[in-house]
Design a protein around this ligand. Structure first.
Ligand code: MF3
Ligand code: CO
Length: 282
């Protein structure tokens, strides 16, 4: 198969993407701090929208194929693309996944995009739900670390599968990879070639080159991964009602390794357990 070529960024362009990525990181941090029982997902979306406006960055989900909000907030059996609304009020024990992005513009008016997501359990929650969220976060960092040491894009799917298998061995909890939604290239648009699957394929994937940027975003379900889209044409739910979690970062391939653009520390803390240190841009 011959897809469209993967966009290669210059160091100067990567710095614009890192600027966008840091706005995304700060926006998601504000939202994380505001999540508590009683707050609606619409109120959380407002916090994100207002932050980007103050920062001078622009929401990239809003208006994307008609999407009506700044964030996707997917609670419990909602897998991804949950639309924030006033009727969805967070309660203790919820599994909440928040996905958000923005773009900044450079001197020539070109847009540079960032995209990231996190999940959490509100309050103590169940050990099953905590295991789901922790394993999904671990799958993300294992995949990012694999990009730091590997030379093919296929290391992402292999790393996610390995984390799911190891989690089951260690805890007995069986998690499933949601395969219908994949990561993607990102740059002058939010979604660009290539696809970045969260599962191993027969192909080893393209060779990694400095200047490539990917949004890596594993999605795991605690029951069956079978899912459907609701009548709102966005919200994805599991068919069996089990909870799902979603973690995402935007990561650049640079000379000497990788740099996580949507983490304020470049990914240093998340990559440390794998012996990977974020490289600098340029
Ligand atoms: N950010 C999502 C992704 O991770 C896409 C959101 S779809 C949108 O790829 F319509 F909300 F933008
Ligand atoms: Co994405």
């Amino acid at each position: 198969m011959f897809g469209s070529p993967t966009q290669i960024k210059t160091p100067a362009q990567l710095l614009h993407m890192e600027r966008a990525g840091h706005y995304v990181a700060r926006m998601l941090q504000l939202v994380r701090e505001a999540i508590r029982p009683g707050i609606s997902t619409a109120a959380l979306d407002r916090i994100a929208f207002d932050y980007l406006e103050r920062a001078g960055a622009h929401p990239n989900f809003l208006g994307y194929h008609g999407y009506p909000a700044t964030l996707c907030i997917s609670v419990n059996d909602r897998v991804v693309h949950g639309i924030p609304d006033a009727a969805t009020v967070i309660v203790d024990g919820d599994v909440v996944s928040v996905d958000g992005g923005c773009y900044v513009t450079d001197e020539s008016g070109t847009q540079w995009h960032g995209d990231s997501a996190f999940s959490l359990v509100v309050g103590e929650g169940s050990s099953q739900d905590r295991g789901l969220v922790d394993a999904t976060e671990t799958a993300l960092w294992a995949a990012l670390a694999a990009l730091g040491t590997g030379d093919r894009l296929g290391v992402v799917g292999r790393a996610v599968e390995d984390v799911v298998a190891e989690h089951q061995r260690r805890t007995g909890q069986r998690l499933a990879i949601v395969k219908e939604y994949v990561g993607h290239g990102i740059g002058t648009a939010m979604h660009m070639p290539p696809d970045v699957p969260n599962f191993a394929t027969r192909e080893r994937g393209m060779r990694l080159k400095p200047g490539m940027v990917f949004a890596v975003e594993p999605i795991l379900a605690s029951g069956s991964p079978s899912n459907q889209v609701l009548d709102d044409e966005w919200t994805v739910v599991t068919r069996d009602g089990s909870a799902a979690a979603h973690w995402e970062h935007t990561v650049a391939i640079v000379r000497g390794g990788i740099r996580v653009l949507t983490a304020l520390d470049g990914g240093a803390a998340g990559l440390a357990p794998y012996g990977v240190t974020p490289a600098t841009i340029g």
